[in-house]
Design a protein around this ligand. Structure first.
Ligand code: ADP
Length: 485
């Protein structure tokens, strides 16, 4: 069978550019799908970190004027990925992260920066590259949402026969809204400004366009796929999503088991796995030393790796801290995000030296050490499309304590009486996502920790839980074949 050609389009791709789980998923999908007869190329913007990470790139296409300047499409291989990089210095050669300046302010021309990515994707889908045209275009999140619009309204409104489209929403809260006045600048024709096109609350909705105009929609867990059909979790898009429910599927994310492998992780102090869990002890000690935590083998170390935002329950972590400390637990936290949460956590660390270790920033290596060294990982999200940190925690034997929402509900087996009796529990779930809910979960964690045989069983189950891509890759491959021409 000849491989199915798929163009994946996204603003992030691990290990070249990452702010969150989107990058992990986009970076892991190609290898997972190769085994399923899918040949995937991944189109990403040429941010400085990307340009620095691709050697031997060859120009394979270009544009004289792509939203204000010339641009090239480079073909490159990096980290096992077959990449197409949109080299457009006037849009992407800037300091800071992918979306914001070094002071954390979104670039004002973000609508155009990512529309350009979509424009290039649509051109490739129409056959702009010699010798390679995808049968399916798979776009991720709002940054890639307009690709479906350019396909639909391109070529004088005739649409683009010959390419199927799949759109994956990794987080419905980020919507890529732009004022209607930008319609022409974004090269969208007047007829696109329609409730069945790109129009969204009087402006242009990039996420909405992807959801409305793609052949199929996926999101990253079955529970989130149900939740976003409700007004409470639909972020203004639940009506559209209900109308398209027949085309919407929840496909659970996995993690890259080579990147996250406790038996061969350069960021760990000692290797371990399900057969040799005792290697965790050295990592626990290394984590305590790195975070300045006192040594107390008798009490659990809680870990957190997160964006510090309301979605992630950053405020709840602070509120639950007295209860955790009162139970003798300590905390190792790595995160970055909202200024208030960062300041509050810094103050907590200063107030409780030796018990609360906080690192503000982004640190891939420390994220691995926390997973390998903490006893339990807290994920108190108010909503969570899938969540990857709890999957990493399972793989690294850090018992996940998670809010019962979205993909957290789908990936952790709560240590209730039935699950404990059946010997299948892998963590603790709690609801609702409130300070009291989290405190109650810490109480249950404390009881579980004291019951050593039960604790060892839950940790052993966690270490063996399936967290890779095997099942989900099959789900995507089936979907591509449904829409491919
Ligand atoms: P998000 O909503 O942020 O995408 P996920 O749980 O899906 O949440 O993915 C988060 C990813 O980003 C994980 O790989 C996690 O390890 C990583 N991560 C989050 N915050 C940090 C940080 N401060 N430093 C290093 N890695 C981080």
């Amino acid at each position: 069978m000849t491989p199915l050609r798929v163009l994946s389009v996204a603003s992030e791709c691990f290990p070249l550019v990452k702010t969150g789980g989107l990058a992990d998923v986009v970076g892991a999908l190609p290898a997972a799908l190769a085994a399923r007869g899918v040949a995937m190329r991944t189109l990403i913007p040429g941010f400085p970190g990307v340009m620095g990470g691709i050697g031997g790139a060859a120009p394979v296409g270009g544009f004289d004027d792509l939203f204000g300047g010339p641009a090239r499409i480079l073909a490159a291989r990096a980290a096992g990925l077959d990449l197409l990089v949109l080299d457009a210095p006037h849009l992407y050669d800037r300091p800071g992260g992918p979306y914001a300046d070094p002071a954390g302010r979104d670039w004002p021309d973000n609508p155009g920066r990512f529309a350009a990515l979509c424009w290039a994707a649509a051109a490739i889908a129409r056959g702009a590259l010699e010798g390679w045209r995808p049968a399916v275009l798979h776009a991720h999140d709002w940054q890639a949402g307009l690709a479906a619009a350019y396909l639909r309204y391109g070529a004088g409104g005739a649409g683009t026969p010959g390419v199927g489209t799949v759109f994956t929403v990794h987080n419905l809260a980020f919507q890529g809204w732009a004022p209607a006045g930008l319609l022409g600048a974004l090269r969208l024709p007047p007829e696109a400004f329609h409730i069945d096109g790109v129009e969204f609350f009087g402006g242009i909705g990039a996420l909405k366009a992807g959801l409305r105009l793609s052949d199929r929609i996926t999101t990253v867990s079955p529970t989130y796929a149900r939740e976003i059909l409700t007004p409470e979790e639909g972020h203004g898009l639940d009506g559209l999503l209900r109308a398209r429910a027949g085309d919407l599927r929840g496909i659970l994310n996995g993690i890259d088991e080579a990147v996250w492998d406790p038996a061969a992780d350069p960021h760990l102090a000692a290797p371990f796995d399900a057969a040799r869990p005792e290697g965790r002890e050295a990592n626990r000690a290394a984590l305590r030393a790195r975070m300045g935590l006192e040594d107390d083998p008798a009490r659990p170390v809680l870990g957190v790796v997160t964006r510090l935002t309301g979605q992630k329950g950053a405020d709840l972590l602070l509120a639950a801290l007295p209860g955790a400390l009162g139970r003798g637990m300590s905390l190792a936290l790595l995160g970055a995000g909202e200024a208030g949460a960062e300041a509050g956590l810094r103050a907590a660390a200063a107030a409780h030296p030796g018990r609360v270790g906080v690192r503000i920033g982004y640190d891939e290596g420390l994220a691995h050490l926390i997973q390998g060294g903490c006893d339990a990982l807290l994920v108190p999200s108010r909503f969570e499309p899938c969540g990857l940190t709890q999957l990493c925690a399972l793989r690294y034997g850090a018992v996940p304590v998670v809010a019962r929402v979205g993909g957290l509900a789908d990936t952790v087996i709560d240590a209730n009486e039935a699950a404990l009796a059946a010997g299948v529990a892998t963590g603790i779930q709690f609801a609702p996502t409130t300070a009291a809910g989290l405190d109650g979960a810490l109480g249950r964690l404390d009881a579980l920790w004291r019951d050593r045989p039960a604790w060892e069983t839950v940790r052993a189950n966690a270490l063996r839980a399936p967290v890779g891509w095997a099942r989900s890759a099959a789900g995507y491959a089936d979907l591509y074949r449904e829409v491919a021409f």
